[in-house]
Design a binder for this molecule. Structure first.
Ligand code: CO8
Length: 372
């Protein structure tokens, strides 16, 4: 058996940002347009008028100040409200593979590895732009990697579930150097026309290199233990899929995009995650007062404040439970990895921390790491 280690991470950040003010101005113009176009039906009580959104609400409810997107003009066009992403030919590198590759290149450089040394690529993300061939296999080819590759989707928990899969294979010896890559183009499946959720998501890609600890070229994090859990819930759901054309009237239905009952998610996921982390740590003989850092999924600041307090048994001090959601918003599976990548370099050998992501399914994945 080999001890797996995280030896490098990488984050691809898109060039364009959308501030809350920009987002709200576009949404409100869209709502006005909608209300004018549907004035008769609204007056007859057949449909509801769209109320305005508010930047103050967004910040106070979520802690989000801005988000990065692959293309902002389409998102901010009140008559469109989704990005323009050029269709690529089958001979071109696909957009998910492209941003994933960028993150992989940074992560491999950090690990002191080349693509040719990789023998496993897992593309772990919330939505894959096509059914097959796997995005992971395209990334494997572009990296010049060997071995094998596959896609997986456990929504916001995809990266930690991917880390568990890779770590288990490294532990058993079937794989030597793995990359878990999470390209998240959430702007493609967010419903920007719904004020309850239009502010939640942003685009990004992350990558994590895992190897045998004995192979590590530099500073690294030992992966002591991983734990994944799922529990079925309809409270975060997207009904889009390949059976779409077999059903009538599916063209612009609300459930073809991201849907959630945010309040229920908030209430139900908090105890699930707090208990999960506590039981994982107890099971491994880890005490909360040993933890130097908690890198959580980045969906909501209040949620993270609550979980951080539960896990540490006290209010986290500045920097102990870093948030990146103010800048990136919820980037689905990539959130906890961005937090880890940007807030782990200062830890000293022997320092311990936990990476945890959670989301649709429901799903929760935790990774106990120690700086070496
Ligand atoms: N502006 C002004 N008012 C608003 C707005 C807005 N934009 N939106 C809602 N309101 C109003 C509501 O209508 C409501 O009014 P009323 O009280 O009159 O009914 C009031 O404000 C309060 O609304 P909410 O109850 O919805 O507000 P909350 O305080 O609950 O905050 C949140 C909403 C921020 C969504 C919060 O519930 C939350 O963060 N919940 C948890 C969300 C979460 O963690 N989800 C995880 C999902 S991510 C995942 O698993 C991956 C899925 C795949 C990725 C998909 C990519 C697109």
């Amino acid at each position: 058996m080999h001890m797996p280690a995280i030896t490098g991470t990488g984050v691809f950040t898109p060039k364009e940002t959308v501030t809350n003010d920009e987002l709200v101005a576009a949404f409100n113009a869209h709502a006005d347009l909608f209300n004018t176009e549907n004035a008769e039906a609204i007056a007859a009580g057949e449909i509801e008028a769209k109320p305005h959104s508010s930047a103050e609400f967004i910040f106070s409810a979520s802690g989000i100040e801005q988000r990065y997107v692959m293309e902002k003009s389409g998102v901010l066009d009140p008559a469109r409200m989704y990005p323009h992403l050029r269709e690529r030919s089958d001979e071109e590198v696909s957009i998910m593979a492209e941003i994933g590759l960028d993150a992989c290149t940074t992560a491999l450089e950090a690990a002191g590895r080349t693509g040719a040394e990789v023998d496993l690529v897992i593309c772990a993300a919330s939505n894959h732009e096509r059914a097959y061939p796997a995005i992971a296999i395209e990334i494997q080819k572009e990296l010049g990697a060997g071995g094998f590759a596959f896609d997986m989707n456990v929504a916001c928990s995809s990266a930690t579930f991917g880390i568990q899969a890779a770590a288990d294979m490294i532990r058993s010896g079937s794989v030597r150097c793995a990359v878990v890559v999470s390209p998240e183009i959430t702007s493609g499946h967010l419903e920007w026309r719904d004020r309850d959720c239009h502010f939640i998501f942003g685009d990004v890609a992350t990558a994590v290199v895992l190897e045998r600890a004995e192979d590590a070229q530099g500073a690294h994090f030992l992966v002591h233990s991983t734990r994944c859990a799922t529990q079925f819930s309809n409270n975060i759901r997207n009904n889009n899929g390949f059976l779409r054309r077999t059903r009538d009237a599916m063209e612009d239905r609300r459930d073809m995009q991201f849907m959630q009952n945010g309040r229920k998610v908030f209430k139900e996921v908090l105890p699930l995650v707090s208990t999960h982390i506590a039981e994982h740590m107890t099971g491994e003989g880890w005490r909360s007062d040993e933890l130097k850092r908690v890198w959580l999924h980045q969906a909501n600041k209040a949620m993270n404040d609550f979980i951080g307090k539960k896990v540490l048994g006290r209010t986290p001090e500045a920097g102990e439970q870093p948030n990146i959601l103010q800048d990136y918003a919820n980037t689905s599976s990539a959130g906890s990895i961005i937090a880890f990548s940007q807030n782990s370099g200062d830890l000293a050998p022997g320092d311990k921390g936990v990476i945890c992501s959670f989301g649709a399914g429901y799903s929760v994945g935790s990774v106990l790491v120690e700086r070496a």
